[in-house]
Each structure stands twice: as structure tokens, then as C-alpha cells.
Write a protein that binds this ligand. Structure first.
Ligand code: PRP
Ligand code: URA
Length: 207
């Protein structure tokens, strides 16, 4: 298994600590989640392809860089929206492709219910966004859908992961790198990440 990229930057870990805490109300949860998403995205895009462009400054002509490929952000509904809202302003030209997957509360199996995928997936750098990688079922299902639609360069950005989720994801999609702020201990009997942060969607949207 390719090990995940764990973002240990102190600010990332401070934001993570805040969103883990039950003392953090919804508005603050969202604010710190957004700041953490920005840091994770900077790390996830470290190797992004660029191409040289010639530009004119007010003084002279010089070389600069532009993105080599389009970027597609793919939030898994709902909680992935909490990452996408923060990341889109960093790459305002990005396309946003929504994938709806709900975990069955009894079985913890993913139930896909929506997908709106753009035609540019085959040539794009694709970032799949979901705060939680628990059993890995939702992320695996989303990547399977993205690959079926032609995506070849996919990175998963998640805030909290755990060994069973990482293993299941690597087993199905060994070519997809994972960027995360934490690899937690594991899952409880309801397949929630421990210590985790609870239900990311509920905490992000106040439901
Ligand atoms: C949560 C989370 C992931 C999934 C992770 O979503 O945002 O999508 O569970 O669990 P897994 O790795 O075991 O699949 P949920 O289905 O609760 O939906 P929500 O975002 O609407 O709250
Ligand atoms: N989904 C969440 O939101 N949190 C978990 O810990 C597991 C799945």
C-alpha cells in the first residue's frame, strides 16, 4: 500500500484539534474545516503539472507558469461540500463535479444517489473531497464512478482517515494517492472513526 501523505503542519493539526472537539459549535467548525482544507489542498497540489507561458510585465517580457491541465473538484455530498467551499476560491477556474453518496446507517455500505460528471475528466487533475475515510466504501465508490467516466489523475483529500479505510481504498484503487490530516486508531462498532470528529456532515451543516 502506498502510504498516505499525512499533513503534519502545526496549523493543520491545530485546526484539526478544534474541529474534533465537541466544544466547537457549527460556525467555528466550518471556519476551521475551511482553513484545514486550504492547507490540505496546498499539499495535494504540490506536484501539479504546469507549463511555461510568456507574459508581458509593465517593464519587460518574462516567463511564468500556467496550469497544464484543467482542475476538477469532486465533493462527495454532503460533507465534501465543506472542503469544496474552501478550496474553490484557491482555484476559481476549477470545474465542480458533484457525487452524491449516503452511507446506509445499518450496514455502513455506500448508496450512490447522484452524479454530475463533466466531459473534461479524462484530461483533468481530479481532486476527490470528503472529510472522512471510515470504511472507505464511499471514496471507493466515488473513484470507481470517476474512472468509469475517464478520470486517470485522481487524488483523494480527506481530513480524518483510519487504517481499515486506507487499506480498503488502497486495495481497490492503489493508483490514487491520499492526502489526509490524520490516520486515527480505527472504527467503532457503528463504523465511526475513533477518536474521529463525529458525523462530519451533521457538524458542518448543523443538522
Ligand atoms: C460520511 C462521510 C463520508 C462517509 C465515510 O458521509 O462524509 O462520505 O460517511 O464513510 P465510509 O468511508 O465508511 O464510506 P455520510 O454518508 O454520512 O453522508 P453526509 O455527508 O450526508 O453526512
Ligand atoms: N462518517 C462520518 O461523518 N464520520 C465517521 O466517523 C464515519 C463516517
Amino acid at each position: 500500500m502506498i502510504p498516505p501523505v499525512i499533513v503534519t503542519h502545526p496549523l493543520a493539526q491545530i485546526h484539526l484539534t478544534t474541529i474534533r472537539s465537541t466544544d466547537t459549535p457549527c460556525g467555528q467548525f466550518r471556519w476551521h474545516l475551511h482553513r484545514l482544507a486550504e492547507i490540505l489542498f496546498m499539499e495535494a497540489t504540490r506536484g501539479l503539472g504546469t507549463e511555461t507561458v510568456r507574459i508581458q510585465t509593465p517593464l519587460t517580457e518574462t516567463e511564468g507558469v500556467a496550469l497544464a491541465r484543467p482542475i476538477v473538484l469532486v465533493p462527495i455530498l454532503r460533507a465534501g461540500l465543506g472542503l469544496q467551499e474552501a478550496i474553490l476560491p484557491l482555484v476559481p477556474e476549477a470545474t465542480v463535479a458533484h457525487v452524491g453518496i449516503a452511507r446506509d446507517e445499518e450496514t455502513a455500505l455506500p448508496v450512490p444517489y447522484y452524479a454530475k460528471l463533466p466531459a473534461i475528466l479524462p484530461e483533468a487533475d481530479v481532486f476527490l473531497l470528503d472529510p472522512m475515510l471510515a470504511t472507505g466504501g464511499s471514496a471507493c465508490s466515488a473513484v470507481t464512478q470517476l474512472k468509469a467516466a475517464g478520470a486517470t489523475r485522481i487524488t483523494l483529500i480527506c481530513v480524518v482517515s483510519c487504517p481499515p479505510g486506507l487499506q480498503a481504498f488502497a486495495d481497490q484503487h492503489p493508483d490514487v494517492p491520499v492526502v489526509t490530516a490524520a490516520v486515527d486508531e480505527g472504527l467503532n462498532e457503528r463504523c465511526y472513526i475513533v477518536p474521529g470528529l463525529g458525523d462530519a456532515g451533521d457538524r458542518c451543516f448543523g443538522t
